[in-house]
Design a protein around this ligand. Structure first.
Ligand code: SF4
Ligand code: SF4
Length: 346
């Protein structure tokens, strides 16, 4: 394992870290993933879940590896940033970790908009600053998807760690380049989430794309990131990630892939939204993301997300405007029909 400085936190973290969002919620899976990770030298773990039930169920598993880990405990969750809830959950996590301490207190999705950054994130920062002064966390971080606000957060001097989506699909993205430079200049530890773009880089229509986890990770590690946190669902997915450590230079070489990403991903939606605007107002990328997500099960949660969209896939009139703009040759009309079949038929 290669270790890198996590900005100015004083921590050295293995380049491969662990994201826990998608990991199947079984104690034996978490235990095996942590065991394999720690044996391989993984020491950075992002702890996305804040709910007391999660920590009741899994706290003791984390505690058994606690001495080997630097953890990012989240403040607030995607659906709820309410102050009392966030604080109570954060206290719960610190106590479940066994030593009342987290290396990083990380605000969940605090940089999605100016409103979130200037609003609840400032309030959360004040609280986390107090935890830091009391020695109950070592550093303050945030996560999110908006590069412009992320740069603002990095330049504010208020955060020590930033978790942001970085992968091969950003190769020509000037904003991501500026974000990397800002992190270097301000000594903010950059943690790359979604190094496989949620698995999109690895498979097309359920078949292997020809791009490997080792190539995806090697690309991310060619940038000034401290660590990447792939989010495996299973032990075997985690093993596929850890194989990077044994991969040869030739197996890690991402250059042939990055030169022909559109070829490798022909037909696969990357949710980039280059196909918009749809004259009927369909959020095409979101619709296809929901269809892809439904491949592992049409859960009530996925149905709920679909229901939240005012303009449904049924609005598609097959005009074909989007097809001309999609760089990946996705059969968008067929995807809209699939969405209707999945979510709008009984
Ligand atoms: S359909 Fe094509 S353009 Fe639209 S989000 Fe998917 S990949 Fe991007
Ligand atoms: S084909 Fe359907 S989804 Fe595409 S732009 Fe036309 S109406 Fe929108």
């Amino acid at each position: 394992m290669e270790y890198r400085k996590l900005g100015k936190t004083g921590l050295e973290v293995g380049v491969i870290g662990l994201g826990t969002e998608h990991l199947e919620k079984k104690r034996e899976t978490l235990d095996e993933v942590l065991r394999l990770g720690v044996e391989a030298g993984v020491n950075y773990v992002d702890l996305l879940y804040i709910e007391p039930e999660y920590w009741e169920a899994f706290g003791s598993v984390y505690r058994s590896y606690r001495d080997d880990l630097a953890v990012a405990a989240h403040w607030g969750s995607g659906p709820c940033h309410e102050l009392e809830f966030s604080r109570n959950c954060f206290e719960g996590i610190l106590s479940h970790l066994g030593n009342g301490y987290a290396e990083i207190g990380l605000m969940t999705m605090a940089i999605e908009s100016d409103e979130t950054w200037n609003g609840w994130a400032q309030e959360a920062t004040e609280h986390l600053q107090r935890y830091k002064e009391q020695g109950r966390i070592g550093a303050i971080g945030t996560s999110g998807h908006n590069a412009k606000i992320a740069i603002k957060a990095v330049e504010s001097g208020q955060i020590d760690v930033l978790m942001f989506g970085i992968n091969m699909l950003n190769q020509d993205d000037a904003e991501i380049e500026a974000l990397c430079q800002a992190c270097v200049a301000h000594e903010v530890g950059l943690v790359a989430m979604k190094p496989y773009h949620g698995g999109t880089l690895l498979s097309v229509g359920g078949e292997p794309s020809g791009i490997t986890p080792a190539q995806c990770l090697a690309y991310v590690f060619s940038l000034p990131v401290s660590a990447a946190v792939p989010g495996p669902r299973t032990v075997s997915e985690w093993q596929a990630t850890l194989r990077y450590l044994e991969a040869t230079d030739a197996e890690r070489d991402y250059r042939p892939v990055i030169g022909d990403l559109h070829g490798y991903l022909e037909g696969q939606c990357t949710y980039c939204d280059h196909c918009l605007p749809c004259p009927e107002g369909i959020a095409i990328g979101w619709m296809i993301w929901l269809v892809d997500r439904a491949r592992v099960g049409v859960t009530d949660e996925v149905r709920g997300w679909y229901a939240e969209h005012q303009v449904k896939a049924t609005a598609c009139v097959a005009c074909g405007e989007c097809l001309e703009r999609c760089p990946f040759g996705v059969n968008i009309i067929a995807k809209m029909q699939e969405a209707v079949a999945l979510f709008e038929s009984d």
